[in-house]
Design a protein around this ligand. Structure first.
Ligand code: ADP
Ligand code: MG
Length: 325
């Protein structure tokens, strides 16, 4: 079967349209009238039962939160402010009315909290599984949009928050282990305000969110000419994740590098602005410098250094949790 990237590439054809600034390939598409400085930023994410969630593991409230959060995360990754949502539902007959009532109440509550309006969608019956799809529409000033492309050699790489908790939470769900990390899997952060403030100041030369895992997502910032060089011991992993991993004889670094769905932001900062950024970033204690971009020597897009500055074998990591995802 074709990989996800190969499938996307089947659809990724060059589109000519004067209003389109970015089509397929970034966290969201960007378009608007050429004379308008404010652009529309649009993204869509699908969650399907069995693949993204299990009904015996997640409440309707958490499901409503997560489908909104993963979409707003893609807008945040562009530095855009969310405005509107569209919601489509494929509902099998097994879903009780009370589930849908709880889901809709939570959905509206989260819309209010995130200051977005639900403006449409679609509803149909599904043969077996529940699926949900949200389209999120936001706006950003043309000059302040942070694309995945744009990093240059020498640009430092930063990440918000901490990584690995969501994937370890999912692991614990799968193995019936009770832990607060499960909440981290169901309720990822929404970083709209931070991302917007960062983009407004023009510090980020590139940005994306951590949905597939730090390593996979970092690769998308490299383009053809760059390699991301990061230091394993700088990758932020919180105490709860470390303790839980240790208790179950698991390697927290594998979850932080290869696990996904943290919905933190990774970004590079223009080298020339790094000291200004440092001063500004002091008011955000959750930002960690994890490495920098270097010119590519070969097709290798990632180097992860150990404490002795030796490259870690990523094949070893991929034998763990990464391979199962
Ligand atoms: P993310 O993880 O940020 O949601 P994805 O990896 O899902 O991004 O998608 C990468 C890019 O491919 C995005 O620009 C997305 O809009 C596009 N894309 C994904 N699936 C399709 C599809 N079926 N048709 C057209 N574009 C797609
Ligand atoms: Mg994304």
């Amino acid at each position: 079967m074709l990989s996800e990237l190969n499938i996307i590439n089947l659809f990724n054809k060059r589109t000519r349209n004067r209003s389109l600034l970015r089509g397929i390939g970034d966290d969201a598409a960007v378009f608007g009238h050429p004379n308008d400085s404010l652009k529309w930023v649009v993204t869509q994410d699908l969650m399907s039962e069995g693949t993204h969630f299990r009904l015996d593991w997640i409440t309707p409230q958490d499901l409503a939160y997560k489908i909104i959060a993963v979409n707003l995360s893609d807008l945040a990754a562009m530095g855009a402010h969310p405005q509107f949502l569209l919601l489509s539902l494929g509902i099998p007959t097994k879903i009780p009315d009370i589930f849908l009532k709880k889901f809709s109440r939570a959905f509206h509550k989260i819309c209010r909290e995130q200051k977005v309006a639900l403006i449409g969608g679609d509803t149909c019956e599904s043969a077996h599984d529940l699926w949900l799809q949200v389209t999120a529409i936001g706006q950003a000033k043309k000059t302040q949009i942070a694309y995945r492309t744009g990093a240059k050699a020498g640009d430092p790489i930063y990440v918000t928050g901490s990584l690995g908790a969501s994937a370890l939470g999912l692991y614990c769900l799968e193995y019936g282990i009770k832990t607060p990390l499960i909440k981290r899997h169901h309720r990822p952060p929404v970083l709209t305000e931070f991302a917007h403030a960062l983009a407004q100041r023009g510090f980020a030369s590139s940005m994306t969110d951590v949905s597939d895992g730090l390593l996979l997502d970092l690769e998308t910032l490299c383009g053809d000419k760059l390699t991301a060089c990061i230091e394993a011991d700088k990758v932020p992993i919180d105490l709860q994740t470390r303790h839980t991993a240790k208790k179950h004889a698991l390697d927290p670094l594998s979850f932080a590098l290869g696990g996904g769905e943290d919905y933190e932001l990774i970004f590079t900062v223009r080298k020339s602005q790094n000291s200004l950024f440092h001063t500004w970033a002091k008011s955000f204690p959750h930002i960690t410098h994890i490495g920098h971009m270097i010119p590519s020597k070969d097709s290798n897009k990632l180097i992860v250094l150990d404490t002795h500055q030796h490259p870690l074998s990523l094949n070893h990591l991929s034998k763990g949790y990464i391979a199962r995802r």
